[in-house]
Design a protein around this ligand. Structure first.
Ligand SMILES: Cc1cc2nc3c(=O)[nH]c(=O)nc-3n(C[C@H](O)[C@H](O)[C@H](O)COP(=O)(O)O)c2cc1C
Ligand code: SF4
Ligand code: FES
Length: 608
């Protein structure tokens, strides 16, 4: 390591108080400044923080945005998820390769640009999309890819790629993004409705914490992050848990492919998110809040920090919040570094502590022992926004909307083969058919509701309702037209889960790979009906035996498509009337023996 590099690492560690809890921030800063986190750098950081080297190494090697090998000054990350593929993402990637003269994973010889692929970056409504360092480029075409490379060669500042600004706060000086909100529909509007600043918070601090929790319970609000756990109950557990130090964590990791509603909320209603965190803090007796922001949304960070600073100046954060003596609460932003599993709440807490994003065993649940072992409430961005309106308008108004088990509204992120992709706010209980009409997807042949971990729904089930009792969803709705190959879609989702598995448990780590192997076999035209039975059985095993939600849902693309699209799978496998299965190629198997004995095997060739 050069002396310059060593002093840069030292400086970064010192700027973060040599605090091991800030390892994520330290590694992010080192990656940015030094272009990689090499073995000598890991040793230096460990020495500076006085922690075992393995502790630094395990975090540094876990996250996609950290690299051991040096990258170029600019890293282009092209989304390779299904939705981008539908819009020509593979051609865009090939154009980048061609113009750069390198393959994916390589760096240009001048060390300027590295090209890589990435999972969903939350821009599915304007795909194909890519990140150029922190700058988001959307609606890519092959021409645009070539222009981007030429522009970067002429001026290696990714910010200069922003030639037009998106709508709403995307045009704010601190965001400066060409991203579009694509906010299409909000009726009834609970998140995207005008709200007077500070009113809900003032109202909240005039109530007792118990009254707030009661109001949230009366509203029957359930978490909007996917699992649908009753918010009031979660808060009650955390309030009742023993401990002087408690935390509110807002989960803005939004990594489920096809989900981008939190991005739009953070862009347009950050005050509402922070107000929700503050109300939650007051309700459970917390003084500290953490917003965990996925690395892909780093372009929003300066803007969000500015909103926090303004709230501090206005007395809405800090000491005696909203004039309430004794209620002190502040919020910090914790950046992620590219790991879908960190959306799982216990993995997220580990990440906040500077560790790998491995999920924890439960119990204890975060409400009992969460961040730093203290009672912690983890809530989704949308959930916290809902709280603000519930306190302002009263819980009854909220509970009026929705269905019996699912009150209020839900934000949907709609993408794929539809005329109007974007964010929609609808009352729970709305039919999928209605949603498809709203977004202009009447000819949809299949809809993936709830992201890859959700369900693949066929036409015959479009009258099903979007709510926790029927089609539960964290918000992702991906539409596939009749021309799409659903087996390919399933395969791509499995690729995603296999890539994102934290690797802790064998059924998830190995099982997803085995599913992929068998799928590849079917895709190659060698599948037999037995393979479908194998997929079903293995899928159920992975579901039953995995430790966290990722593994428990990773086989869903296979399982729900086998159930809902049997004809698609039946069309891809073949049984042989002679009892031989196409999965086993007898001719190939005996090929080597034929060469040795110098004659053809009559049985092998009769069977084929
Ligand atoms: C693999 C995985 C990824 C997840 N990703 C997210 C996410 O990005 N955002 C989120 O709010 N919840 C996510 N969750 C759910 C969280 O674990 C947790 O239930 C949620 O943040 C709780 O907030 P809520 O009660 O407001 O929904 C994920 C769960 C799993 C298993
Ligand atoms: S199920 Fe998968 S992601 Fe979850 S802990 Fe096990 S290996 Fe990790
Ligand atoms: S940005 Fe590519 S699928 Fe979401």
């Amino acid at each position: 390591m050069t002396p310059e590099l060593e002093s840069a690492v030292r400086e970064i560690c010192a700027a973060h108080d040599r605090d091991p809890l800030r390892l994520m921030d330290i590694l992010r800063a080192v990656q940015q400044r030094c272009g990689s986190i090499s073995s000598p750098i890991i040793a230096r950081i460990a020495a500076e923080l006085r922690i075992p080297r393995v502790r630094v190494e395990s975090t540094a090697t876990f996250y996609a945005f950290f690299t051991a090998q040096p990258t170029g000054r600019i890293v282009i990350r092209v989304c390779n998820d299904v939705i981008d593929e539908l819009q020509g993402g593979q051609r865009v990637l090939a154009a980048f390769e061609q113009e750069l003269g390198i393959r994916v994973g390589e760096t240009t010889p001048d060390g300027l640009i590295t090209l890589t692929e990435t999972a969903c970056i939350g821009m599915c409504d304007q795909a194909p999309a890519a990140l150029v360092n922190d700058v988001v480029v959307t609606r890519l075409s092959t021409d645009r890819a070539r222009e981007i490379v030429q522009a970067l060669r002429a001026n290696p500042d990714p910010k200069a790629l922003v030639t037009r600004l998106g709508d709403g706060n995307n045009g704010h000086a601190l965001v400066g993004a060409m991203v579009e909100n694509n906010l299409r529909y909000a009726e009834p509007a609970y998140v995207f409705s005008p709200l007077a600043r500070g009113v809900a918070l003032s109202k909240a601090v005039a109530m007792s914490p118990a009254e707030i929790i009661r109001a949230v319970k009366v509203s029957r609000l359930r978490g909007r992050g996917g699992a649908g756990f009753p918010t009031g109950m979660k808060w009650e557990f955390a309030r009742a848990a023993p401990g002087d130090r408690k935390f509110i964590v807002c989960n803005a990791d939004e990594g489920e492919p096809g989900t981008f509603k939190d991005r739009v909320i953070l862009t347009e209603c950050p005050d509402r998110v922070f107000a929700g965190m503050t109300i939650a803090g007051y309700a459970i007796g917390a003084a500290e809040g953490v917003l965990y922001l996925r690395a892909e949304y780093a372009y929003l960070r300066a803007f969000l920090e500015d909103v926090l600073a303004r709230r501090r100046a206005e007395g809405l954060l800090g000491q005696s919040v909203a004039g309430k003596a004794g209620f002190n609460f502040d919020i910090r932003i914790q950046m992620g570094a590219g790991a879908y599993i960190c959306g799982e709440e216990t993995a997220l807490l580990n990440s906040c502590e500077g560790l790998r994003g491995d999920p924890r065993n439960r119990p204890p649940f975060p409400a009992q022992r969460g961040y730093l072992g203290c009672p912690t409430v983890v809530n989704n961005v949308e959930t916290l926004c809902k709280v603000v309106k519930i306190i302002q308008d009263g819980p009854a108004a909220f509970a009026e909307h929705g269905s019996a088990g699912s009150s209020g509204t839900k934000l949907l992120s709609i993408s794929g083969d539809c005329k109007r992709p974007g964010v929609y706010e609808v009352a729970f209980g709305v039919t999928l058919r209605h949603v498809l009409e709203l977004c202009g997807a009447e000819d949809a042949a299949a809809v993936q509701v709830g992201g890859p971990s959700g369900q693949l729904v066929p036409r015959s089930q479009y009258d099903r309702k979007i709510c926790y009792d029927d089609l539960a969803t964290g918000g992702s709705v991906m539409v596939f037209g009749p021309q799409r190959d659903l087996v390919h879609v399933v395969r791509r989702y499995l690729d995603f889960f296999a890539e994102e598995s934290c690797g802790y448990c064998t059924p998830c780590r190995v099982g997803t790979r085995l599913l992929i192997e068998r799928l590849a076999h079917i895709q190659a035209g060698r599948g037999s009906p037995d393979d479908l039975a194998y997929l079903e059985e293995l899928g159920q095993t992975i579901k039953l035996t995995s430790r966290c939600g990722l593994g428990q849902t990773a086989a869903n693309p296979v399982l729900t498509s086998l159930k809902n699209f049997p004809e698609v799978w039946a069309g891809r496998v073949r049984a042989r009337s002679n009892g031989h299965q196409p999965g086993f190629d007898l001719s190939t198997a005996v090929g080597a023996a034929e060469l040795i004995v110098g004659r053809r095997s009559a049985h092998a060739h009769a069977a084929s």
